[in-house]
Design a protein around this ligand. Sequence first.
Ligand SMILES: Nc1ncnc2c1ncn2[C@@H]1O[C@H](COP(=O)(O)OP(=O)(O)OP(=O)(O)O)[C@@H](O)[C@H]1O
Ligand SMILES: [Mg+2]
Length: 270
Amino acid sequence: MKSRYEAAKNVFIDSVDIDDYIELESSVIAYQQLQHSMDKPLKMILLFGRPGTGKSILLNRIAEKLKHQKEIHYFDTPAVSEKEFFHKLFKVLTKKDLPKNTEVNFSALVDFCKNLRGKREIVILLDEAQMYGAEMMEKIRLLSDSRAVKFVVSLHKTEDEDLIAKEHFQSRIWEVIELKNATKQDQTTYIHKKLLKKNLFEIANSIKDKDMKLIHTFTKGNFRECNKLLFTLFEICEYYDKNEPSKINYEQIPQRIIEMAALKLGYIHV
Ligand SMILES: Nc1ncnc2c1ncn2[C@@H]1O[C@H](COP(=O)(O)OP(=O)(O)OP(=O)(O)O)[C@@H](O)[C@H]1O
Ligand SMILES: [Mg+2]
């Protein structure tokens, strides 16, 4: 027989699917900030935050929401080569395909963009932009000078890196939006809403406030870590449910199981 925890486990598989987007206090603020910045003229927008803070899903959400009002395009992982990137950009800007073996003439593309000024306004959302080199970024900046193409550049920052301190981002063309880990309240809402969307009411209710506190302590409010912890937690519950149901309490997730999941993921050590 299938365990009720299997569906709960699957809710927390890490993926970026805008149908699963949840409005949280922090994500609403970030969304509004981003939209507001996009409406300003002459800006490069930097969206940054630690891995797993929701940058990709936010970019996808805004692209989906605004697609009927704006020319907006989401570029996921960077193209393998500069050539490929400019091909893709060329297509978006000119609405024409370039033959495979031709190189995009960069200065012609800049001129093309200058000509668009006042006629079209295009927003390009560049995800994972830490993978673009300095030279590429400089070209991207040159294109944005046309004021017809605006770039939202999403980067993840690592522990030891202060991105904003980089010379590159110091100039005033950048508007900066930072995504942070979730508060306990937002994380609680996130977990509840994810489960409720799949009609897992009983399971949502079985995670009590003190459990949420514990989960927040272990994951520090990071969405990806939260997904991992809940997946593992429900995986353990599923195992007990099938093999040793006496160890499970359907009304309340035993705290011990949360700790087992944390142990398995290395948040705590014996
Ligand atoms: N508001 C939200 N609604 C629903 N899911 C969210 C939300 N915010 C974050 N998530 C989920 O959290 C996980 C991490 O988010 P995402 O992949 O967007 O992070 P990221 O900042 O792009 O990370 P990275 O820097 O590693 O690319 C994903 O599974 C995503 O679906
Ligand atoms: Mg991402």
